[in-house]
Each structure stands twice: as structure tokens, then as C-alpha cells.
Design a protein around this ligand. Structure first.
Ligand code: AMO
Length: 417
């Protein structure tokens, strides 16, 4: 008999074989109740024969059950499975180290036992939605004719400037884990023109906050012959598409998480307009509080802040009018539901200007020779952005900690499991 997933079972299904985990087991007189769970749902099962066999089955044991589907007034779904045969595949140790049924356990303990935490359908729902986010991101850009690329994760110099790099011993050379696919996606615009990727990145930032990870995943694009406004529009459309797909394909997950999503609107403000709106200081970055305040002014909206000061953007962002003396850049950020989900902009594609900017940012052009050279032989102007996959999942699902939507987070103190 072929195994059926719980979600495939209908009241009209007759004899079925199901496999999964014993979420709960209760013996009441001459009846045994087993709540069986697989990755698709939960099924109430009852046994009226050989009850003794059930007395030593522990919670979370893996079992396979053959039985007959019967209508039931007591069962939530209106049907249950009358067990004719139950086989224990692997008995779980008891007691469990963490409560798999309730969310009372603190996040640290839950992460210590993530494999068990993920047995909870509402935790699985977060990752099923994240899977749909990544899938619809890919789908959106494939449909538009972009090429998916696989850039290297071991790099020879910083791609974002700064010192937040994890060093790697690479034979006789010094290398680092990539902070971003930035330099590679840019180089590829001079051949493939429109590229996208989902890739892990590593940042050795020492702070431990609810919104930062030391290893995260980014959804990036880069487009030849585009400026900051054209790629902001791509971002707006991509996010709307992703939310539409999540609404269509993750109905039961959203219900489980008690979430009502709307396809977001978008607003475009210059950095100067935006910082004034939250009484921030011109020339300074937004504080987390100011980001939150700005988003509260525009509910269910992607808030774009464009034309940032050069001083607050990385070395590769184009200064206005291709002029090294400009104080304003062609760089932007996008905020959603209280925090930054993306940043991007038009890049410097002119080698001389790039070298000047590297120097201005106190970086050594020698460390960027290959990258700068790649713009010497016919490089178009280009622009792009990156959305943090976990950051976006966090804001979309209104989670209070980015670790909630990271399978096995890497942070300042956590390297296992
Ligand atoms: P940036 O550094 O702003 O830009 O990163 C892009 C997006 O990635 C997410 N993100 C993070 N998520 C979790 N933990 C972190 N430590 C972390 N750092 C960043 C955020 C952020 O908006 N190369 C540029 C992008 C570009 O210009 O194309 C870059 O990496 O959602």
C-alpha cells in the first residue's frame, strides 16, 4: 500500500497507510487515541483493539499506521482513522528535552533543540512560507529573463568595505568568507546583463541583536543599463509578487500563524525628506526607532529612501552626476514593517572614479585590482540591490527575532547545532 500524506486524506478515503510522529497518545478505558503528525498536517487516530501495545509508545516516536477513515463528530476535521495496524519504526527517548507542543520554552532552549522545535506545525509554517518567498523571488526574475548565477563564497578582499570579515586560511594566501556577492554580480552585468542569486553571506559583526545574524542569506539582483529608480521599481514589483504568491500558496500556514497579509503599496522619499520626517539629523543614518517611526507613517507600504549621502553608502555606489565631489549618491534603502529589508543603488562603472572613491573611503585600490579592471573593457552603467531573506521573512511575518526564521542561526554566541 502506498503511503498517503495526512493532507491528502479525505473523508471518502477508505483504507490508508500513514507515516509520521506520535504527537500525543492517550489511553482511555478500552480506547487508545493517537494524534499523528506528518509534515503536512495532523490526524486523529483511534484504536479499539490490542490497547496494551500502545501503553509503551512514547511521544514523538515514529510510527506507521494502517487504518480505515471514518466520519467522526469529535474529530476537528470531521474524520478520523480507525487503526487496524500500528508499527513503531523508531521509539523516541522520554522525556523530551524541550516541550514540542507549546511555545513557552525560551528561544535559546528551542534553538538548542531546533530539530524538535521544528516538529511544531507553526514553526514549520514559518519555513514553508520562507521557502515560498525564495521560490517566488526566483520565479519572478526567471520570468523576466534574468540569469541565476552562483558567485564564489571565498573572496580575497572586502566587498562592502569595513572590517566585518571572517578570515579563512586559503593555502598560502589570506582569504575571507564573502560579505556579499556584490563585486561578482556587478562584473557579470557586462556580459549577462541581468542576473540574480540567492546566496549565503557572512559578517563578523560583534553585536548580538534580534535583527542581525552572522550568517544570513541574500536575494540579490544586478541590472545593466539601469539606474537606482529602475531597480527600486523592480524591487517594488518583486516584493508585491512574492506577497501575492505567499497569499495564494500559503493559506493554511498564514492561518496557523494568525496572520492577515496585504500586498504592500510603495512610497518613494529622498533620504533628506525621510530623515526630516522622523526628526533625524541630516548626514546620519536612521536609528532603529526612526526606521520604525517612518514605517508607521506608511502602514503596509515598502518605504524607499533614495539619494543617500555618499558618506553613508559603500564605495561602489555612484555619486550623483558621476562626480566624486557630490555629497549625494545614487544609493537607496527599502524599509518594510519597521526595518530595513534591502539596500542598493547605481554602481560606479568608471574605473578612474572607482579608484578615487576607494581612496576617499580609505580603502586600498590594490586590493580591488581585478574588480576595477573588469570595468576597463566595455562596462555599462548598472544598478542592483539585495534583500535579506531572513530579514524579509521576519518583517513579513512580524516575528520579533530573526532567529525565529533561521533554521540554525549563527550569531555571536551560537555555532551549534
Ligand atoms: P546590505 O549590507 O545593506 O547591502 O545588505 C542587504 C540586506 O541584507 C540584510 N542583511 C542582514 N540580515 C541579517 N543579518 C545581517 N547581519 C545582515 N546584514 C544585511 C538586510 C539588508 O538590507 N551589497 C549590498 C547590496 C547591494 O547594494 O546590492 C549589501 O549587501 O535585509
Amino acid at each position: 500500500m502506498k503511503r498517503m500524506y495526512i493532507s491528502e486524506i479525505k473523508p471518502s478515503s477508505k483504507q490508508v497507510l500513514v507515516k509520521g510522529w506520535v504527537q500525543r497518545i492517550k489511553l482511555l478505558g478500552k480506547i487508545a487515541f493517537v494524534v499523528l503528525r506528518d509534515s503536512t498536517g495532523i490526524l486523529q487516530c483511534i484504536a479499539k483493539k490490542n490497547i496494551k501495545e500502545f501503553s509503551n509508545i512514547t511521544q514523538e516516536s515514529v510510527v506507521e499506521i494502517k487504518g480505515i477513515v471514518k466520519k467522526s463528530k469529535q474529530a476537528k476535521k470531521g474524520h478520523e482513522l480507525e487503526i487496524s495496524d500500528l508499527k513503531v519504526i523508531n521509539k523516541s527517548k522520554a522525556p523530551l528535552p524541550a516541550d514540542v507542543e507549546k511555545s513557552k520554552t525560551f528561544i535559546d532552549k528551542r534553538l538548542d533543540y531546533r530539530f524538535l522545535d521544528l516538529r511544531r506545525p507553526e514553526i514549520q509554517a514559518i519555513f514553508k512560507i520562507q521557502s515560498e518567498i525564495a521560490n517566488s523571488f526566483r520565479e519572478f526574475f526567471y520570468k523576466k529573463g534574468f540569469t541565476e548565477i552562483q558567485p564564489p563564497s571565498i573572496i580575497s578582499s572586502s566587498s562592502e568595505g569595513g572590517t566585518e570579515l571572517f578570515p579563512v586560511k586559503y593555502f598560502e594566501k589570506k582569504a575571507f568568507l564573502a560579505q556579499s556577492p556584490q563585486l561578482y554580480k556587478q562584473m557579470l552585468t557586462s556580459s549577462l546583463e541581468r542576473v540574480f542569486m540567492i546566496t549565503p553571506v557572512w559578517r563578523a559583526e560583534k553585536h548580538n541583536t534580534p535583527r542581525h545574524l552572522n550568517e544570513s542569506r541574500q536575494m540579490d539582483i544586478e541590472v545593466a543599463f539601469a539606474n537606482q529608480f529602475e531597480v527600486m521599481k523592480e524591487l517594488e514589483e518583486a516584493v508585491k509578487y512574492i506577497v501575492k504568491k505567499v497569499l495564494e500558496k500559503c493559506k493554511s500556514e498564514l492561518e496557523l500563524l494568525n496572520l492577515k497579509l496585504k500586498i504592500p503599496k510603495a512610497v518613494y522619499l529622498s533620504y533628506e525628506q525621510a530623515i526630516k520626517k522622523v526628526n533625524g539629523k541630516l548626514g546620519e543614518d536612521f536609528t532603529p526607532k526612526q526606521e520604525k517611526k517612518l514605517c508607521e507613517m506608511y502602514p503596509d507600504t515598502i518605504v524607499f529612501t533614495h539619494s543617500w549621502p555618499v558618506a553613508l553608502k559603500p564605495f561602489y555606489i555612484m555619486p550623483k552626476d558621476e562626480n566624486i565631489k557630490s555629497k549625494i549618491s545614487e544609493g537607496f534603502d527599502a524599509l518594510f514593517n519597521g526595518m530595513e529589508i534591502s539596500s542598493g543603488g547605481q554602481r560606479i562603472h568608471i574605473p578612474k572614479l572607482l579608484i578615487e572613491m576607494l581612496k576617499l573611503k580609505k580603502l586600498n585600490p590594490k586590493n580591488f585590482t581585478d574588480y576595477v579592471n573588469s570595468f576597463e573593457y566595455g562596462s555599462p552603467y548598472h544598478a542592483g540591490w539585495s534583500i535579506g531573506l531572513e530579514r524579509f521573512t521576519m518583517t513579513l511575518l512580524k516575528l520579533n527575532n530573526i532567529r525565529e526564521c533561521t533554521f540554525f542561526p549563527r550569531d555571536r554566541t551560537r555555532l551549534t547545532p
